[in-house]
Design a protein around this ligand. Structure first.
Ligand SMILES: [Zn+2]
Length: 280
């Protein structure tokens, strides 16, 4: 398994990408599905039904997304699943300043089991992704670049190989009113085979096996949308073709892209037999 570096990142610099494992087998049809990115799913164990640890982690993730400029006011929501419980942000909370008590715990049917605040209005969307995709965490934002792209394009083309970590081309789910089952269905369809989707005239959704991975995917998508915007301002962006995408996968597998690798130890110098007349 190959894991991405997670060092300190300057704002505007490309994110290091999610923790990914590149498949070694390339499907015969060279489309975006050849870039299977397998996250290593490590099921979490709930310390208690109140998910106190996860509520703290969700609040911290929201504050990080806010610091990265992906959140505006009360817009957006984040959730993490443990077994049959989901810790999810409350509706009306300012995410960039979120505290653990503003994270509510629900079951997979949406019934509140812990916390004093009503969950986000996009609860159906989160629960749908958790149930059908079996992911560990979901992030929804109205991030500026992603939202701008969602207002213009039907899909974000694969203009940079790092987008392959999200599944390649990112679909834009058709518009529907926020919080509706129609929007949830539309986004779920757009996420098929992907870990990211844009929502027309609305925002973005990413998921991951872990909360960190879902957040990294959100940062990666926002960066890619910014790259597209900047490139499109200068001309028509080139799109990586199927052969180029395939080569990226092969190179990533061969070189262990996205992971740190220790320098091999230097072998100790061989002791030489002294030549004749030479003293030790
Ligand atoms: Zn929204």
């Amino acid at each position: 398994m190959l894991r991405a570096c997670r060092g300190v990142r300057r704002r505007g610099a490309p994110p290091s990408g999610p923790a990914v494992r590149w498949t070694k087998e390339l499907p015969p049809n060279l489309n975006v599905t050849l870039f299977h990115v397998y996250a290593t799913f490590a099921p979490m164990t709930a310390s208690s039904s109140t998910l106190s640890h996860e509520r703290t982690a969700v609040a911290a993730a929201c504050r990080r997304l806010g610091a990265e400029g992906l959140l505006i006011g009360t817009a957006g929501n984040v959730s993490v699943r443990v077994d049959d419980r989901v810790a999810i942000t409350a509706t009306g909370a300012v995410l960039a300043r979120l505290t653990p008590d503003q994270v509510t715990v629900v079951d997979l049917e949406g019934n509140v089991v812990a916390g004093g605040l009503r969950p986000t209005s996009e609860l159906d969307l989160h629960l749908g992704v958790h149930r059908r995709r079996g992911v560990g965490a979901v992030v929804h934002t109205h991030a500026p670049m992603a939202t701008a792209v969602s207002c213009v394009l039907d899909e974000l083309p694969c203009i940079h190989y790092q987008l392959l970590a999200l599944g390649g081309t990112v679909r834009v789910a058709p518009y529907a009113t926020f919080g509706t089952p129609e929007l949830a269905e539309s986004v779920l369809a757009a996420l098929d085979g992907r870990s990211a989707a844009l929502m027309a005239n609305h925002g973005a959704v990413t998921h991951g096996a872990t909360l960190d991975e879902a957040v990294e995917n959100a940062l990666l998508l926002e960066w890619a949308c910014g790259v597209y915007r900047n490139a499109a301002a200068m001309g028509r962006p080139r799109v990586l073709d199927e052969q180029q995408r395939s080569a990226v996968i092969e190179a990533a597998v061969a070189r262990g892209y996205g992971a740190t690798h220790p320098v091999p130890p230097v072998p100790p110098a061989q002791e030489q037999e002294p030549t004749k007349g030479e003293s030790r």
